[in-house]
Write a protein that binds this ligand. Structure first.
Ligand SMILES: Cc1cc2nc3c(=O)[nH]c(=O)nc-3n(C[C@H](O)[C@H](O)[C@H](O)COP(=O)(O)OP(=O)(O)OC[C@H]3O[C@@H](n4cnc5c(N)ncnc54)[C@H](O)[C@@H]3O)c2cc1C
Length: 418
């Protein structure tokens, strides 16, 4: 059996930084990754735009990952690649036994804390209710990206993209650069889902049309996709009858959302927030199970990798410093118009007052004011020009003067000034 202090599951940017930061705190670490190489999803993201906040540079995904892989290797940290963690059990003494399937068979690992950095997966056609046959030529945007950027294969020539999420926008540009024709990006919502900069740089710069309040309702073709049916939708995103149009194409790319990957967390009995689909955590990113930490896209879907790295750093440090003790914490309440906050709990154990909270709004808001109140007293206030659901926000406050108790009331609120 392999013995270690901290096991990190997932070798993407979150897991790599968690391993580095746990090692900085003196812990013996083991990073487990199911793929052959470290780097996670960044390996296939060859466009630039990574590291703007952390390095003030526009790096490609592999360049960003390389910086952390180099740091990981420089420290000679232990990793197991082509190893898939299938099971974790908590012992009576609070430590953990993990089982990982590897090329050499099943490996057993004993660890004192765990960082879950398993990333997220894409929603598929099955989850968006498209009627019709099941021909080839229908891909999630990430699969199409893997085919082009890693395998060097062109998935289609004339293509429709469903969903205006960032990966779909990036793939619209990528397919165009490789000689493909993008007939349009169709979005069921009345506003685009991707970042403003991706709309400009990936669609408008290439004259690729974006159609809002429209969706794909049917696919046609026996062996290979021959066309799709497009329909307008109402404000509840239900297709409207009578306005359907047929578009001939050999590719349909789905960019319809990401889901945090949390099967292992669920197996461990970690409480999941239905709003983020990731574990509920305190500000040290400890989940509801003592000694289990979560970071990166498995915690909540991030739009920028810089925030993923930041969360990896926090989780790695906290996992290394973890000592089993009675937890004292306060739930963080949010007003109705906010989609979610991370963390959801503030731990009072060894709390130094410095507190960072991430949040998203439910819908686009003009000139909203965000306040953080502790026991009715305002500790943070900021009025924004705009807040959009696609752009995660971060606020940092110092609560050391607040005399926080377990029965304190902490509320993040949005209001509109008259
Ligand atoms: C197409 C695309 C474009 C993007 N563009 C940008 C951009 O321009 N700028 C930017 O800042 N951000 C961008 N992002 C976002 C950024 O890349 C991600 O937020 C970040 O890479 C997520 O990191 P992660 O470590 O949480 O997850 P991942 O990188 O997904 O890593 C998770 C790892 O966990 C492993 N794993 C999962 N389960 C197990 C298990 N049971 N056992 C072992 N291993 C396991 C997986 O194999 C994977 O390697 C983009 C993302 C995508 C998908």
């Amino acid at each position: 059996m392999t013995e270690t202090d901290v096991v990190i599951i997932g070798g993407g940017p979150a897991g790599l930084e968690a391993a580095i930061s746990a090692n900085d705190c003196g812990a013996k670490v083991l990073l487990i990754e199911r793929e052959e190489r470290l780097g996670g999803i960044l390996k296939q993201c060859i466009h630039d735009g990574f590291g703007l906040l952390r390095f003030n540079l526009r790096l490609s995904g592999p360049e960003y990952a390389e910086r952390f892989i180099d740091e990981f290797n420089k420290r000679n940290l232990d990793s197991l690649t082509q190893a898939f963690v299938t099971d974790i059990v908590k012992n009576e003494d609070g430590s953990f036994i993990l089982k990982a399937v590897t090329k050499e068979g099943i490996k057993t690992i004993h660890s004192h804390s765990i960082v879950l950095a398993t990333g997220c997966r894409e929603r598929t056609g099955k989850q968006v209710f498209i009627h019709g046959t099941r021909p080839s030529g229908i891909y999630t945007a990430g699969t199409a990206q893997y085919l082009i950027n890693i395998l060097g294969l062109m998935p289609c020539k004339k293509c429709v993209i469903l969903g205006s999420g960032d990966i779909g926008l990036i793939m619209a540009r990528r397919l165009t650069l490789e000689g493909g024709k993008i007939l349009g990006v169709y979005e069921a919502k009345s506003t685009p889902s991707g970042l403003e900069r991706n709309l400009l740089q990936c669609l408008y710069d290439y004259n690729i049309p974006l159609y809002l309040s429209k969706t794909v309702t049917r696919v046609f073709g026996k062996e290979r996709l021959e066309g799709v049916e497009i329909a307008s939708v109402d404000e509840k995103m239900n297709p409207l009858k009578g306005n359907e149009e047929y578009i001939a194409c050999d590719g349909l790319i789905l960019s319809v959302g990401l889901i945090p990957e949390n099967e292992l967390a669920e197996k461990l009995g970690v409480e999941i927030d239905p709003r983020t689909k990731g574990p509920k955590t305190d500000q040290n990113l400890m989940t509801s199970v003592d000694g289990v930490f979560s970071c990166g896209n498995s915690l909540h879907v991030n739009d920028l990798v810089d925030y993923v790295t930041e969360s990896g750093q926090m989780a790695g440090k906290a996992a290394a410093e973890f000592i089993c003790k009675e937890r004292k914490e306060i739930p963080i309440q949010i007003s109705e118009d906010l989609a979610y906050s991370v963390p959801q709990l503030l731990s009072l154990n060894e709390f130094n007052g410095k507190f960072t909270i991430y949040f998203r709004v439910k819908k686009e808001e003009e000139k909203p004011t965000i306040r953080l109140n502790v026991d009715g007293k305002e500790v943070f206030k900021k009025t924004y020009l705009f807040l959009r659901p696609t752009e995660m926000q971060k606020i940092q406050v110092d609560l050391s003067a607040c005399n926080l108790q377990e029965n304190s009331l902490l509320k993040l609120e949005m209001s509109k000034e008259a």
